[in-house]
Design a protein around this ligand. Structure first.
Ligand code: ZN
Length: 350
């Protein structure tokens, strides 16, 4: 099965990968076999390529990349009841142990035993087909394209963040970071009812894309513009009800409480490899609520529903598409972090 393989740090190849073909010969009774159509390139895929690890997850053996995917069901297990051959689907990439304590408590995303695509040693899905549980495979309506469906995975992070923030109609939010996760968070915050979302970033082109998504989004380019001053001015000195930290930068994280309104909520989304400074005094005087999120749980059907209804439009975030044959080049371009790109996707031969 020809796959995009991360051989080791800085080395990718498009080659046959017999081990995965062998592992997926059999289809369990509650599994479906899927022909992959579109796979998004995630920052985590790129980070494994350029660094060979993310925190405790180290690439010690060749690993297939990719975890943001859509495709078509080509085979169903004997007990599958909700999907049939020919269904267009998107897939949730993390599979928990169904009997674990975390799963039974409804927090399957933080099950320590979760198996997540393209997180070593689990292989990803930049390959022609995969076998996946029915329970983590979601049927698409006709009006959601394969490209949009491959955006459900990152969108799920934003929707989970907005859910944890408990957005109320009319809230004012700040999203720090205009990368793919920052932008899906801004769209999710608006869909959840925010009146206005300020989006900060260093890159002007990313902010231009942010501003184009909705008239309710106000871009703030740092450090030239003063985020705290602007937000305070626009909220009559009160501050933002919610601050979403989506940069993963320790410097940005240090400032999350400054623009926050009394009684506001901070949601930490960006991964921090090392301990960071936290202004406990600023949090205390606001009685700030701080939420942390790890991926998402139970939101894929909601994301599909919002894409279908038009409540959220992710199409402007898809800035480049490559053929599978060009996927090594696609990763080289992604690794150079082009300022005008948000999400790059790879389309497999059909
Ligand atoms: Zn991702």
């Amino acid at each position: 099965m020809k796959s995009l393989v991360l051989e080791r740090k800085d080395e990718l190849s498009l080659r046959d990968f017999p081990a995965i073909s062998k592992a997926e010969e059999t289809l369990g009774p509650r599994d479906v076999r899927i022909k992959l159509h579109t796979v998004g390139i995630c920052g985590s895929d790129v980070h494994y390529y350029t660094h060979g690890k993310i925190g405790p997850f180290v690439v010690n053996a060749p690993m297939i990349l990719g975890h943001e995917a859509s495709g078509t069901v080509i085979e169903v297990g004997s007990d599958v009841s909700t999907l049939t051959i020919g269904d267009r689907v998107c897939m949730e990439p993390g599979i928990p142990d169904p009997n674990s304590r975390a799963t039974r408590l409804g927090m399957y995303n933080i099950d320590p035993a979760v198996q997540f695509w393209a997180t070593p040693p689990v292989h990803g899905i930049l390959r022609p087909t995969c076998v996946h549980p029915e329970a983590f495979t979601f049927k698409l309506p006709d009006d959601v394209s394969f490209a949009e469906a491959a955006m459900v995975e990152p969108l799920a992070v934003g929707v989970h963040a907005a859910t944890k923030a408990r957005v109320k109609p009319g809230d004012v939010a700040i999203v720090m970071g205009a990368g793919p996760i920052g932008l899906v968070t801004a769209l999710s915050a608006l869909a959840a009812g925010c009146a206005r979302v300020f989006v900060t970033d260093l890159a002007e082109k990313k902010l231009d894309i942010a501003a184009s998504l909705s008239p309710a989004i106000t871009p703030i380019q740092i450090p030239a513009q003063d985020m705290v001053q602007i937000v305070k001015r626009e909220t009559a000195g009160w501050g933002a009800d919610i601050v979403f930290e989506a940069t993963g930068s320790p410097h940005a994280a240090r400032t999350v409480f400054e623009p926050l309104a009394p009684g506001g909520c901070v949601v930490m989304i960006g991964g921090q490899p090392d301990p960071i400074q936290y202004d406990a005094g600023a949090a205390m005087v606001r009685e700030a609520r701080v939420e942390n999120i790890f991926r998402y749980a139970h939101v894929f059907p909601r994301c599909v529903g919002m894409l279908s209804s038009g409540a959220i439009d992710v199409k402007p975030l898809i800035t480049r598409t490559f053929d599978f044959e060009d996927s090594v080049r696609a990763f080289e371009i992604a690794a150079s972090a082009p300022p005008a790109d948000v999400k790059m996707q790879i389309v497999l031969p059909q």
